[in-house]
Write a protein that binds this ligand. Structure first.
Ligand code: 5GP
Length: 182
């Protein structure tokens, strides 16, 4: 049975790596590509990592009813899930994964209550700070903003259907798959 699964969790917890592991090791998994108004990071590809769009285009997608959910994340940029590819992948019988923030997770649960909401937690707060620093893709100000959001997000973990700790990527990915297939 196909299932819509939302994977959320604080910045730098390793959601992206866990999802990539799932895509390369498990069959029948489809990752939704979000639209965003933020600029691409080095190495990011339009249409693969995100659909990088202007604020005007993003607003037009909302107005056209093309967004399953959307949110302003870290107080700056807009991020949203285009609806059609999700509906089509579910119709093909695939497990659809949305890697989105908590505001988006809440919206998805409202419109699709059958969705599974999984929260990925770091082993500890110190480890989260270390991972964000090690990634080195954000300025200090941006790191601070992300950690502030992370604190609030960790407080919301109890709203999710399941919580999985990302101590080890493969283990975490298998835990998520077990939940999807349960
Ligand atoms: P980043 O800028 O690091 O790629 O992503 C920042 C945050 O935006 C992440 O926490 C990610 O989960 C969230 N995000 C990415 N795509 C979407 C989306 O389509 N909708 C929502 N609500 N959040 C998203």
């Amino acid at each position: 049975m196909s299932r819509l699964t939302v994977i959320a969790g604080p910045t730098a917890v390793g959601k992206g790596t866990v999802v990539q592991y799932m895509l390369s090791h498990f069959d029948n998994v489809h990752l939704s590509v979000s639209a965003t108004t933020r600029a691409p990071r080095p190495g990011e590809v339009d249409g693969r990592d995100y659909f990088f769009v202007t604020a005007e285009k993003f607003d037009a997608m909302i107005a056209d009813g093309e967004m399953l959910e959307y949110a302003i994340v870290h107080g700056v940029h807009k991020y949203g899930t285009p609806k059609t590819p999700v509906i089509e992948a579910l119709a093909r019988g695939e497990h659809v994964i949305l890697e989105i923030d908590i505001q988006g997770a809440r919206q998805v649960k409202r419109v699709m209550p059958e969705a599974l909401l999984v929260f990925i937690k770091p082993p500890s707060w110190e480890e989260l700070v270390r991972r964000l620093d090690a990634r080195g893709t954000e300025s200090e100000t941006e790191q601070e903003a992300r950690l502030k959001t992370a604190r609030t997000e960790l407080d919301s973990a109890s709203e999710f259907d399941a919580i999985v700790v990302n101590e080890d990527i493969a283990k975490c990915a298998h835990d998520v798959l077990d939940l999807i297939q349960a």
